[in-house]
Each structure stands twice: as C-alpha cells, then as structure tokens.
Design a protein around this ligand. Sequence first.
Ligand SMILES: N[C@@H](CCC(=O)N[C@@H](CS)C(=O)NCC(=O)O)C(=O)O
Length: 72
Amino acid sequence: MKLYSYHRSSAAYRVRIALNLKNISHTLIPVNLLKNEQTQSSYTNKQPQGLVPCLETKDGRLLAQSGAILQY
Ligand SMILES: N[C@@H](CCC(=O)N[C@@H](CS)C(=O)NCC(=O)O)C(=O)O
C-alpha cells in the first residue's frame, strides 16, 4: 500500500497510527503541503479534492478521507 501523506497533517497522522497499529506494511509518499504539491495534477489525478491523506491499495484502489480509510 501507499499512503500519500504530509508529516504535519493530523488527518494523515491518524491513518499512519492505524497502519502501524495494524502492522500493515506501506510506503509513505510525501506530499508537501507547504509547496502546494497537493494541487498538482500528479496528485489530484489520485485525490481530486487535493487533500491528504490518500491511501492507494495494492490493487490500485484510491481511498480518500481519513475516517473512511480507518473504516477500510
Ligand atoms: N476530512 C479530511 C480532511 C483532510 C485535510 O483537511 N487534509 C489537510 C491536511 S490535515 C490538507 O490536505 N490540506 C491541504 C489544503 O488545504 O490545501 C480527512 O479527514 O481526511
């Protein structure tokens, strides 16, 4: 799995906590909010809202919204 994340994002942080508590292996992909990387098409193609976090599953599904990701 890949988690698109920013280290100072509380929403992304709660997903990182859950992934680590569940021992789910994942790769962190940094999206630098201070550099507005969340607005670049390379990211909005995955997460059209331009918000972190976004979870990409092994089969390529893209999940947005930390609460929904936690539920998943
Ligand atoms: N309700 C969303 C909130 C996500 C959110 O607001 N993320 C912020 C960082 S904590 C963000 O990506 N902000 C970028 C921006 O506003 O341009 C969730 O829980 O995932």
